[in-house]
Design a protein around this ligand. Structure first.
Ligand SMILES: Cc1cc2nc3c(=O)[nH]c(=O)nc-3n(C[C@H](O)[C@H](O)[C@H](O)COP(=O)(O)O)c2cc1C
Length: 207
């Protein structure tokens, strides 16, 4: 076998392995509501947010910041009380809780960064995938009061709370109130590519 042929074959095998691994992570990820409550080590917390750091962002601004709390931390309750009643009923099964905040302006350009939500979503997507690779799951939440976060943590005006989240190991859905047990599923419905990818004509599938 020629060297170039060998290289090509190795690259192909590597790429196939990478795709298989990524697809496995994508398939495995979901947002449980029932958690084991087992604490997450600082080593794993570091790994999770290290993955988030790799996310792309407009002008490489990295507008994301995170306030994180484990249940035994004094500031945990200050985060927990920011959640809606609906989310409080299941979040209590998890051992930790966090909120993602976005920086409102580009640091160098002094101009509003209207991509801060988009970029912070990419950051959390990376965290969620790394979590999956570590046997952990992330559930994000819009159901909380940004004003309460600002007040409880004296957030500087340049930052705004975007999304809260929990991270943990999924557990028996029977831990949840009956109505939530029925919704606990790793197979949420998704739109088809033909419903979201258009060409020249709006609403007409490109593929
Ligand atoms: C920004 C954002 C906000 C969300 N808010 C809530 C929420 O407040 N409460 C909740 O139970 N789930 C919430 N979810 C979870 C979504 O309902 C869930 O991701 C979606 O149904 C798809 O399911 P899957 O993540 O299991 O694939 C939120 C997810 C995202 C990304």
């Amino acid at each position: 076998m020629l060297a170039t042929e060998f290289q090509h074959k190795t690259q192909n095998t590597e790429q196939q392995e990478e795709e298989k691994y990524l697809m496995r992570l994508l398939d495995k990820r979901w947002s449980p509501r029932s958690y084991s409550g087992k604490p997450i080590s600082n080593e794993k917390i570091q790994k999770l947010f290290d993955a988030g750091r790799q996310a792309m962002s407009s002008f490489n601004e990295q507008p994301w910041r995170v306030i994180f709390a484990s249940k035994e931390d004094d500031h945990y309750d200050k985060l927990f009380e920011c959640l809606s009643d609906f989310n409080q009923q299941w979040v209590k099964t998890a051992s930790c809780l966090g909120v993602v905040l976005g920086k409102k302006h580009f640091t160098k350009l002094k101009k509003e960064n209207r991509h801060r939500f988009y970029d912070s979503g990419a950051f959390m997507a990376y965290v969620a995938l790394r979590a999956t690779s570590l046997g952990l799951f992330v559930h994000q939440m819009a159901g909380f009061s940004p004003d309460n976060v600002i007040e409880n943590f004296e957030i500087p005006g340049e930052f705004e709370p975007i999304t809260m989240f929990v991270i943990g190991q999924p557990d028996d859905p029977e831990k949840l109130p009956e109505k939530l047990q029925e919704q606990e599923s790793p197979n949420s419905e998704r739109k088809g590519v033909n419903e979201i990818l258009f060409g020249a004509e709006w609403g007409h599938s490109y593929v």
